[in-house]
Write a protein that binds this ligand. Sequence first.
Ligand code: HXC
Length: 260
Amino acid sequence: EPFEFIKLSKTGEKQNVGLIQLNRPKALNALNNALITDIANALDKLESDKSVGAIVITGNEKAFAAGADIKEMANKTFSQCITEGFIENWTRVANTKKPVIAAVNGYALGGGCELAMMCDIIYAGETARFGQPEILIGVIPGSGGTQRLIKSVGKSKAMEIVLTGNQINAQEAEKMGLVSKVFPVDKLLDESVKLAEKIAANSQIANALAKESVNVALESTLQEGLRFERRMFHALFATKDQKEGMAAFVEKRKPNFTHE
Ligand code: HXC
């Protein structure tokens, strides 16, 4: 097993869902550099595996992840942060082309909440707790907590979460749009895998361009975004999957996408 702090497997009826389970339970899955490297390497594997159509990242019932590893970073200096490129490797998660679902039970705090927000969809268990407590230890979020959060919950709620460090529960998180659905703790992973299977049944090319287009909306004007979307839509007419998907509709059968 090449991984120290995660478990990597394939799941779903067709074994087309990649499952990354954070596995550092004694530290509530605190995200040290080795764990982030494990995630990045697992994502490299899953992205190059043509049989994988979607990815689920999860933790355990107590914690998705309680943040970046405070013990590992406590004595870092500014110059070390710069020369090491501290937390730059976290972007691997946000840069994944295949759809990624975060299945969050328990704590998703600090870097744990940021990791969840780098995923495309967040499903939560009833006991999930989200928060950005960095302010309470003298720093601020460093991997999207001041940027991605405001885009999903708006300014006043984002400011309150970032400036107080208060945790919010799963129901509140759903109400404010941070998570899309809440499930009983023991159903969360099954439901997340089901969602991933549904997405994995699509053309992988269409999934990738759909994801890219939605993400463009977060950083462009409406006109730029609409133009990008239209061009991506046009581009899909160069794929076999578009011909297959539309032919299948006309012939009243299920499409057989080959991801070409
Ligand atoms: C290192 C951590 C940790 C963390 C928990 N542990 N969170 N170690 N970094 N972020 C360790 C504890 O030290 C302890 O180890 C073990 O996990 C169990 O934690 P407890 O505190 O004993 O559990 P509990 O009393 O249930 O409290 C749970 C908790 C608390 C409320 C989640 O652990 C907590 O407040 N954790 C820190 C949350 C936080 O501040 N996160 C933001 C980090 S900053 P021992 O060895 O004592 O058993 C951050 C910056 C991101 O994320 C920047 C960009 C990446």
